[in-house]
Write a protein that binds this ligand. Structure first.
Ligand SMILES: [Zn+2]
Length: 238
């Protein structure tokens, strides 16, 4: 991969055995990547990027300036993700405590009181995600504790803007991003393993990567998958 700069925008260029140039802007930071045919020269690549500058900037502005969660209205018909799968949100008014249920492997029913506003609906769903994630985590930590012999003293889930997880290696304390509830289980597992390995090695150095390679050989794929997918919402189809 090469990086070139066009009109102050840095672009990752990947040459591949493909017919047409493919340009994409990725959340959350608006990284620009272009896959180009093997024989296309740099000038042609630059020209192609220049011709799409407005499109690139539009997407970068969207990713940068937006409070990604607030882009959702939490109304029926929206797409929401759970454990890597896309579900249709269905808001149901009822006269009891709020709850969430999955139906037909395709729908998330969100039961709320009539008149509840967007933020209340969002909170109910977020708390549901939190409970689901907290159910998933212990067995994964347990599994990896026995595989890599790192015990986690404390873990928690919180909303984070820029990181999937953090690790305080001294305290052996791990925080996981609530958004992981929306991601495939193997992505959650990758972050858990990643943070647990920080107990052994704090930095992202060669030793750390060697450990990841040893225990989770496909970690690069999972990382790529996480960074490809939107952090908060999904209206980023190109
Ligand atoms: Zn790390």
């Amino acid at each position: 991969m090469r990086r070139i700069v066009v009109s102050n925008i840095s672009v990752d260029v990947v040459r591949k055995n493909i017919k047409n140039l493919h340009l994409a802007v990725y959340p959350p930071n608006g990284r620009v990547r272009v896959a180009v045919p093997l024989r296309m020269n740099d000038d042609a690549v630059r020209l192609a990027i220049i011709s799409r500058l407005a499109w690139i900037k539009r997407h970068q502005v969207k990713f940068a300036g937006q409070e990604r969660q607030s882009a959702r209205e939490f109304v029926s018909g929206e797409s929401h993700y759970f454990q890597g799968k896309r579900y249709r949100l269905n808001v149901v008014y009822h006269n009891a405590a709020p709850r969430v249920a999955i139906r037909n492997k395709s729908t998330i029913d969100l039961f709320v009181r009539e008149g509840s506003d967007r933020f209340q609906r969002q909170r109910v769903l977020a708390e549901w995600y939190r409970r689901q994630l907290k159910e998933q985590i212990p067995s994964l930590i347990e599994k990896w504790n026995s595989l890599i012999n790192v015990s986690v003293a404390e873990w928690g889930v919180k909303q984070m803007k820029t990181r999937w997880g953090t690790c305080n290696s001294k305290a052996r304390r791990i925080w996981l991003n609530l958004e992981l509830a929306k991601k495939p289980v193997h992505c959650l597992e990758y972050i858990i393993v990643h943070e647990m390995l920080h107990v052994l090695e704090r930095k992202h150095n060669d030793r750390f990567k060697t450990l990841l390679d040893k225990f989770l050989p496909r970690w690069r794929l999972y990382k790529e998958e996480l960074n490809r997918m939107p952090l908060g919402h999904d209206d980023w189809v190109y």
